[in-house]
Design a protein around this ligand. Sequence first.
Ligand code: GUN
Ligand code: ZN
Length: 449
Amino acid sequence: MTRVIKGQTLSFAEYGKAVHESTGAIAIGDDGVILWAGPQALLPQGFAQAEVDDYGDKLVMPGFIDAHIHFPQYRMLAAPGKDLLDWLTRFTFPEESRYADSGYARAAAQVFLSRLFQHGTTSALAFCSVHKICADALFSAADAHGMALVTGKTMMDRNAIPAVEDTPETGARETVELYEKWHGKGRLRYAVTPRFAPTSSDAQLKVSGELLSSLPGALMQTHLSESPREIAFVKELFPWSKDYTDVYDHFGLLSGRSLFAHGIHLSGRERARLSESGSTVVHCPTSNTFLGSGLMSMPRLREKSRPVHLGVATDVGGGTSYSMLATLGEAYKVQMLAGYKPSAHELFAMATRGNAERLKIAHETGALEHGKFADIVVLDPKATPVLASRQELSTSLEDVLFSLMILGDDRAVEATYVRGRKVHERRESHLQCRHPGESLDPALGQHVR
Ligand code: GUN
Ligand code: ZN
């Protein structure tokens, strides 16, 4: 049965150009593919018998795409580290060690995905833990929803704790096994995932570069230039390197399929290499302010002579919200501190079509266009009393989007669709979000304090 979704439709074409219909409609086929999009008045007769979900003047948009998030950190938000390295050793590695248990990982994957849907996120580039079964659990859960998800098993062979370490050999073998099992199945993709330079030996980074060049279509995700102490540690571990970016460059990890989270403290030389190689830097503003890492500057990274591709992401659990609305709001504030005032249109385009392009999934999602999958979020601009009274003053679409990103979060998400199927409705959200047994675990209390 075809379905028609009606509302105020908004999507972004190439170069971020807004396509807006104040009374729009999207017609979706059985397979979840968009058959038609345009003004309701022009909806073809052929869809007259379709089931209709009518959202009135609420905003119907492509679902958000989170370009950097950690699945095994799904419940450790708000862990107060002194800085990145302290946060990793005190809270993160112990929490990620739980994902050696496949039952735990499978249950967590269900909660993680329902949390993404609750916040209007329909695709993501996600880190798993070092454990192969953690990646198996997330791939399997995402496949059951028909999601476009990109993930991979983390590789790290030093400077962590034994429970979350692998070796260059086991990391490579498991990466290839997971790639062969999942990459290209349904809408799933694999990302080669060395955590970051401080937790991989030269041998493991070398293997990571070889995997990136030998696994067709795979992405590569890691972290780069996030905190001052991390950068000093990289200098100590790789004394031969020109800088942090040079370490990844040396091992063949810069490419058009490579995404680097953070990129806060990069020199001109590093930005030039990232630009030349077609690499992406992913801005993670709530994480950067929470961990005190620094203020990433979009204009510096976009400098005309050496522009770097940019994405935007939550970085949960270093990030403090699953909401891409809240994330865009924080990106706005960080950029204001860096001397740049982005528009809401620009940031919404980054979180949808822009991130789809960075994740190489723009041919199938990220816009409300014929032939793409119907991955959709419905936003209620008057979801809360504060938003409702703010809208009385709104005089433009830019105003509505701006107030949504500054004041909105999951309360503004009316519904979420993945591949044309409704996976979240606001009324039910509070029933879907608890991991069975999570509040009963005494060990967590010890970690998060
Ligand atoms: N650098 C290495 N690992 C991590 C992580 O899990 N989160 C963040 N924010 N930075 C990292
Ligand atoms: Zn991260």
